[in-house]
Design a protein around this ligand. Structure first.
Ligand SMILES: Cc1cc2nc3c(=O)[nH]c(=O)nc-3n(C[C@H](O)[C@H](O)[C@H](O)COP(=O)(O)OP(=O)(O)OC[C@H]3O[C@@H](n4cnc5c(N)ncnc54)[C@H](O)[C@@H]3O)c2cc1C
Length: 380
């Protein structure tokens, strides 16, 4: 679709998280863009409650969007960070086997990564020389894993979008959407309860934890479409500053069989602080409950003590929690991202981004390109 002046905007992007902002930054040089966010600040939900990892693309099934977009997103994020001075560090990551029985699982991870085009290196018992605080018999080394200041990344995308003329409207919630002629009428409500309607040509639904509800506003049945989200919380504990500098890279255990997550791992932030997490807990109620139960300290302590030497329970303090918008419920097989232009449902120019859980931060630049191609703004 080409820009059409009888609409207030060519494209509305719903959600000012990292994905919505990346999409807006990609579209703004070519289209009149409106970004709608319901909070006072950008990126206040999942985009500011994660590990800030630049993932390599190791664990996802070959050919999946999670695998292909992550591998490409990894390269793109480093290039973007270097070009625009976005704080980041290519710290690398070790996946560690603490006993010989786990080496078979490391081999499986190695094979999955290779199928995704990710090179991992085997490390033998010399892993103890690399990371003296780590207890391991063997490990896989991922040199392309890193960490990023996700807020600086979001500010970068915001500036690119706004510098190219995009309007960013915060404290504004999308509450209704109708197909009208060749576009959409969006009903928005501001913090004072005032309503307004904007006419737009196209819509990108990057509403994270509410993306299925936004799809429902325009008449898609989330259950029937397979878009219904389950909330899966991950909590973090912080290690006391006496542990600062004890590891140089991210340390992941071998995931236990049949577990949903990757196991409680050690992440670093750019200031060198160590964090543990996230764990995996499906929430019974669908609400953004970020409260961390301090009593989980013991299970975190036990998990990390399997591979990190010298951690006492009192070294752990509650940090934060984030919630993954998952397309699968507990016990169901893993699902891929949904990135769908909805012409087939009679909704041309409406793009749904649903189930953008990890590695969504890493994939953001590539998701933005996919969306621009689906909206025929750039060549695919
Ligand atoms: C515990 C955890 C750890 C993670 N670790 C990593 C990692 O290390 N690396 C990585 O690559 N990824 C990671 N992720 C995934 C990553 O954080 C997400 O994929 C990414 O932040 C999703 O961004 P988003 O813009 O889609 O969603 P969000 O950041 O949730 O943004 C969506 C926005 O839409 C807004 N919105 C919703 N409904 C409306 C409405 N009706 N009107 C207006 N606005 C609305 C919300 O307010 C929200 O701000 C992790 C996720 C979690 C939960």
């Amino acid at each position: 679709m080409s820009p059409d002046s009888h609409h207030d905007y060519d494209v509305a992007v719903i959600g000012a998280g990292v994905v919505g902002l990346a999409v807006a930054a990609g579209l703004a040089p070519h289209r009149r863009v409106l970004i709608v966010g319901r909070h006072g600040r950008i990126g206040t939900e999942t985009s500011s409650r994660n590990s800030e990892g630049i993932h390599a693309g190791i664990y996802y099934p070959a050919g999946s969007l999670k695998a292909t977009l992550c591998v490409e997103g990894n390269r793109r994020l480093y290039a973007l960070c270097e070009r625009h001075g976005i704080p980041h560090a290519r710290v690398g990551k070790l996946i560690v086997a603490t006993q010989p029985g786990e080496i078979g699982e490391l081999a499986r991870i190695h094979a999955t990564a290779a199928a995704n085009g990710v090179d991992l290196t085997w490390v033998g018992p010399e892993v103890a020389e690399w990371e003296p605080a780590v207890k391991a018999v063997a490990a896989l080394w991922s040199p392309t894993t890193g960490i990023i200041d996700s807020h600086a990344l979001m500010r970068h995308y915001q500036h690119v979008a706004v510098d190219h003329g995009a309007d960013l409207v915060m404290r504004c919630t999308l509450i209704g959407a109708d197909r009208t002629g060749d576009g959409y009428a969006l009903r928005l409500q501001d913090a004072a309860g005032e309503m307004m309607t904007v006419q737009v040509g196209q819509v990108v639904n990057s509403a994270g934890l509410d993306a299925d509800r936004i799809a429902a506003l325009v008449g898609i049945d989330p259950k029937e479409a397979g878009y219904e989200l389950s909330y899966c919380r991950g909590v973090y504990f912080r290690l006391s500053s006496r542990h600062q500098g004890r590891v140089k890279c991210l340390i992941y255990p071998v995931p236990a069989p049949q577990t949903v997550g990757l196991g409680v791992h050690v992440t670093l932030d750019l200031a060198g602080q160590l964090r543990l997490g996230p764990d995996v807990e499906y929430l019974k109620e669908r609400r953004q409950d970020y409260l961390v139960d301090e009593r989980r300290r013991d299970s975190f302590h036990e998990a990390v003590s399997r591979y990190l030497i010298g951690v006492a329970p009192e070294d752990l303090t509650v940090d934060q929690a984030g919630i993954r918008p998952k397309l699968q419920g507990p016990g169901q097989p893993a699902r891929d991202f949904v990135i769908a232009e909805e012409s087939a449902r009679g909704l041309p120019g409406w793009v749904n981004l649903i189930g953008i859980e990890s590695p969504g931060l890493t994939c953001a630049p590539v998701i933005a390109d996919r969306v621009a191609a689906l909206l025929r703004v750039i060549e695919s």
